[in-house]
Design a binder for this molecule. Structure first.
Ligand code: ADP
Ligand code: MG
Length: 712
């Protein structure tokens, strides 16, 4: 699918990169069939082959004598061809054999379905040939079946070499992949240097193209490590693109002046006094930090981090009231309708008590209601709006948007976050940039914050509200699901409420099938008391299913992971997670956070299919040991290694193709500092190095940032 941003990228991509972004079919020898396999292993474009680095080597420089060639190893042998033994005419299944030898012994070459004319040309009797392949011993004989290479002695230079091993996919021959990558690298353009000259010298790095070539031509195992100069340079390039893109976004956000927001506290005080609880010290500290930042005239871009259930919403709401106290408007944006409604339901009464006017805006509103909301936002008769992506619609205009909060921010792209804050520029705010608060429950370690947001200010809520009830976590093999169902049955007979989360499968349809199936079996046992909520349901049905559960009309809700983020039903005390082994740690933690929010103790049952992989077992063990989100995040990182943060797509963290943050942490710092310096000296990237840096951004597909540069 070609998206608008793909199109824009194509339009503006520098010409020197055209060939790099061509499909792999533009390589000779790669037709549509092979292209599919290459795309599966590496990606569909030439540039994907650049980043497809080898993971091993085959050393054909190993040239033992026949008698000394160890079984099972790849070796290159120099032998004299003696005699051909073609397959008997009527027994094609008997292989074609060729007897060769050196002074130490006999080597038999085996070819199934060998073509005599071809083999006679390749291996003429009486001649000396180099033969490379895996050595086998069969009934005392030394053999090579289908040698990888056969050549004359003159070809030894090209044959007796070290070959890179690339990650493959079923049906893709190593040779095809190797050739494709080699061709891609051969045609890679020489690009102007974007790394600071002094730094390049200090690091003793080569030019980009040379580093790329070196990374793909390992000569020894040691050349495959992330610390080699070539791989370091490539990792730095990627990190620099990442940091520069973020710095550009930030620069454009900061270009228009912000506003000093310092309300008199009258609305906030009323609300905080009316709450049935007191804010924790951690919540107050975060709120104070946010308000102090809002009070400065620079536009705020701040991340509010707090574990699931730590009470971020009320903190954000108080900050929104701060904006309203100053006569501005505030918007709270969330990723799903469900969450928007839940927040609205919880916050509207508080707003009303404070005298702030609140509205809900989602994609599901009827036209009339929507038009009314639009009009009220433009007229300024609404102070606070809570909504989904619908807030991005072109028709949405604010009278004076002063403050934007984005909840569960990882569900939104950087572009979207900025789009909303740009809205303000069309209002009465006089082109002042609203302050922006991003909220996340993903406890992101510092390095990852840097790669996700660049230099962002962070407030953390580091303690939980008091009175949180413990959640007992148990792991049960799926074979004992009947016992779990019986236990849930006993609990709901006493009035409990339970979530039943169904397995995460790649395709949404399968998710659905599993959830529907489970819903059927549970409904049969507990008629009328089981609801179903999944992502593909019509929103109003999902809504009413969720509402019925919140109201206690149903007591079990079978759900796909749509309940993962933010849903708050304090009465729910049980969560069963089916096929827990398929979930990442962060997700399990999020899901479990749905229970243990009320006064009753909670329980979490992790149903797993056997046999468990080692990692899955470790994940489940960690879940049983701790509820501390930061600890869980760290363990998660350790289990996966940040080199392949498998769950990153779910958590919204950027994925790197070349950089491995565990090894390249220092390079990240350097890239951050460099990006800052670059924009200080050349904010429009117009110098010669600036031009090279633009190419870098395109090369790593951070070109959205360049659009910031243009429109900014
Ligand atoms: P999250 O940080 O996961 O978004 P919420 O803001 O949804 O958490 O808060 C979780 C629950 O905790 C809500 O029901 C909220 O009313 C409650 N809560 C928030 N702050 C406190 C507090 N200081 N004391 C007691 N309960 C609180
Ligand atoms: Mg929340």
């Amino acid at each position: 699918m070609v998206t608008l941003s793909d199109k824009l990228a194509t339009l503006m991509r520098p010409e020197i990169l055209f060939s790099s972004f061509a499909p792999v079919t533009s390589l000779t020898g790669i037709g549509p069939r092979l292209a599919k396999l290459v795309a599966k292993a590496a990606g569909p474009r030439i540039v994907d082959l650049y980043w497809h680095l080898p993971t091993g080597i085959i050393d054909r420089r190993f040239t033992p004598k026949v008698a000394a060639a160890p079984e099972g190893q790849i070796a290159t042998l120099t032998v004299k061809v003696e005699r051909h033994y073609p397959s008997p005419r009527h027994l094609k299944r008997v292989p074609y054999k060729i007897r060769c030898s050196d002074e130490t012994g006999v080597l038999t070459l085996i070819f199934f379905h060998g073509r005599p004319d071809h083999l006679e040309k390749l291996l003429p009797p009486g001649e000396v040939r180099l033969v490379s392949g895996k050595v086998e011993r069969y009934v005392g004989e030394t053999q090579i079946t289908h040698p990888d290479y056969i050549g004359a002695l003159e070809e030894s230079a090209s044959l007796i070499a070290v070959e890179p091993i690339y990650p493959l996919t079923t049906g893709l021959a190593p040779k095809v992949m190797r050739k494709a990558v080699a061709k891609a690298i051969d045609c890679a353009p020489g690009l102007n240097e974007w790394i600071d000259a002094a730094y390049l010298v200090q690091q003793r790095w080569e030019k980009w193209r040379d580093a790329l070539t070196a990374a793909h031509r390992p000569q020894a195992l040691g050349d495959l490590g992330p610390e080699t100069p070539a791989r370091q340079r490539l990792a730095f390039d990627e990190l620099l693109a990442n940091q520069l893109a973020l710095a550009l976004v930030r620069q454009s956000a900061r270009r228009s002046p912000g506003r000093a927001i310092a309300g008199d506290g009258r609305l906030r005080n009323r609300i905080l006094a009316a709450l049935p609880y007191r804010l924790t010290a951690a919540q107050l500290a975060a709120l104070n930090e946010i308000c102090a930042d809002m009070a400065t005239p620079e536009p705020m871009i701040r991340l509010l981090q707090g574990d699931v259930g730590s009470g971020k919403t009320i903190v954000a709401f108080a900050a929104m009231l701060n904006a309203v106290e100053c006569g501005g408007q505030a918007a709270l944006m969330v990723p799903t309708d469900l969450l928007a409604r839940q927040h609205f339901k919880n916050l509207a009464p508080l707003s009303a008590a404070a005298g702030a006017r609140t509205a809900l805006l989602t994609g599901r509103d009827g036209k009339k209601a929507r038009d009314e909301t639009f009009a009220a936002l433009a007229a300024g008769t609404i102070d606070i709006v809570i909504g989904t992506h619908a807030l991005f619609q072109d028709e949405v205009a604010f009278k004076d948007l002063a403050f934007v909060v984005i909840d569960e921010q990882h569900r939104f792209g950087v572009d979207q976050r900025l789009a909303l804050s740009t809205k303000a520029l069309s209002g009465d705010g006089g082109g002042l940039r609203p302050d922006l608060l991003l909220m996340t429950a993903t406890p992101i370690p510092r390095t990852l914050t840097l790669t996700t947001y660049g230099d962002i200010d962070v407030s953390r809520i580091t303690e939980m509200p008091p009175g949180r009830t413990p959640v007992e976590t148990r792991a049960v093999p799926i074979g004992r699901v009947d016992e779990v169902i019986a236990a849930v049955g006993r609990a709901i007979a006493k009035g409990a409420r339970a979530y039943w989360v169904c397995p995460l499968v790649d395709e949404a349809d399968l998710d659905l099938a599993a959830a529907a199936e489970r819903h059927k079996t549970l409904s049969a046992l507990f008629p009328g008391r089981v609801g179903l909520v999944h992502g593909q349901m019509k929103a109003d049905l999902r809504e009413s299913a969720m509402a019925a559960f919140m109201a206690g009309e149903t007591q079990i809700v079978v759900a796909t992971t749509v309940i993962e983020v933010g849903v708050d039903v304090p009465e729910a005390t049980i969560i069963v997670i089916e096929h827990a082994e398929r979930f990442g740690l962060a997700q399990l933690h999020q899901l479990r956070g749905r229970v243990g929010r009320g006064t009753e103790a909670g329980s979490c049952v992790l149903l797993y299919a056997t046999p468990l992989t080692e990692t899955a077992r470790a994940r489940i063990d960690i879940m049983r040991q701790t509820r501390d989100g930061f600890r869980i995040a760290e363990e998660d990182l350790r289990l996966r290694g940040s080199g392949e943060l498998l769950g990153t797509r779910q958590s919204g963290l950027p994925e790197f193709k070349l950089a491995n943050l565990e090894v390249h942490g220092e390079l990240l710092q350097a890239a951050r500092d460099d990006a800052r310096l670059i924009l200080e000296r050349d904010p429009t990237l117009s110098s010669e190095r600036g031009g090279a840096l633009r190419v870098l951004l395109y090369l790593f597909e951070r070109d959205a940032a360049i659009r910031n540069l243009r429109s900014g």
